[in-house]
Design a protein around this ligand. Structure first.
Ligand code: BV8
Ligand code: ZN
Length: 241
């Protein structure tokens, strides 16, 4: 059941900002990072999602990303993604910020998606920085290389790496200026993304969390709903329209 206060606040909201994490893609079949069958369980983050680990063992990192690419190729957006597409046209101003690299928001039809941590559907050359989207599957090669001879890496942000400047600036601005903030399916432990709900709250936004478990946001959220985003979000859209 969606709390009446959430609907009333949303109905008068002018600027809505949404932060999503791996939880919103879980019902599509994309493993989360820190859940029981999470991606990090099989491998440890420090072995995979950082540049030194990649240069030390590019094969292992490519094995992990290709495993994830294969999953993403076979799945589709879920009702949670589609509900956010509907919200985009419902609110006067709607900002969607994601930590996810799976591209599912765009595939669901969301238009201006801010990708804080890049996108697994692109490769980037470690030498000349050229972005490519072809030869994503290794077809036998161990590690893809660029025409310039440099190693190709997934175009995602690893630990210790700066987020894309325009993405993080847009995200800070959208969190500062909104009057309603949704945090959906994120454990809120990875910074600077995890600071966005705090910024929204400090700037007077009504903060709503939708997550299966409590997180550091739960303590200051105005409303925290324990539930699956693929079920809760369509209920919110239904109550609004
Ligand atoms: C940076 C790669 C500047 C892409 C990822 C000490 C203190 C504070 C910060 C730091 C520190 N030491 C270092 C840092 C900075 C570090 C950081 O925050 N570390 C943390 C872990 C302590 N951050 C960085 O390094 C960032 N860069 O700060 O640059 C800098 C430079 C140099 C030195 C210092 C700083 C870069 C961060 C990006 C890292 N890249 N991944 C990829 O391969 O995907 S992180 C990884 O975690 C993903 O990107 C993911 O997006 C992110 C967050 O995870 P979540 O999305 O929240 O997923 P998770 O599984 O954790 O949670 C899912 C939630 O959903 C759960 O709560 C679950 O209950 C819920 N759920 C599940 N199913 C559902 C659901 N909810 C609703 N419905 C469902 N159906
Ligand atoms: Zn190159």
């Amino acid at each position: 059941m969606i709390p009446l206060e959430l609907i009333e606040q949303a109905k008068s909201a002018q600027v809505v900002t949404v932060l999503t994490g791996a939880g919103i893609s879980a019902e599509s079949g994309v493993p989360t990072f820190r859940g029981e069958n999470g991606l990090w369980k099989k491998f440890r983050p420090q072995e995979l999602a950082n540049f030194d680990a990649f240069m030390r063992n590019p094969e292992l990192v490519w094995e992990w990303y290709n495993y994830r690419r294969k999953i993403i190729e076979q799945i589709s957006p879920n009702p949670g993604h589609f509900a956010l597409v509907e919200m985009e046209s419902y609110f006067p101003q709607f900002n969607l910020i994601t930590q996810n690299v799976d591209g599912l928001h765009q595939r669901a039809g969301s238009r201006n998606v801010v990708e804080l941590h890049g996108n697994i559907g692109r490769n980037r050359c470690v030498k000349c920085n050229r972005i490519s989207t072809e030869n994503l599957s290794l077809n036998g090669q161990k590690v893809p290389t660029c025409e310039c001879g440099g190693l190709l890496r997934p175009d995602v942000v690893w630990f210790g790496e700066l987020l894309p400047e325009d993405a993080i600036q847009k995200a800070f601005q959208a969190s500062k200026s909104c009057d309603f903030f949704f945090s959906i399916g994120t454990s809120a432990v990875v910074y600077p993304a995890a600071s966005l709900p705090e910024i929204a709250k400090q700037n007077g936004a009504f903060v709503v969390e939708i997550n299966l478990e409590p997180t550091p946001i739960t303590s200051f959220a105005d409303i925290s709903i324990r539930g699956k985003s693929g079920i809760v979000l369509p209920q919110i859209v239904k109550a609004l329209t």
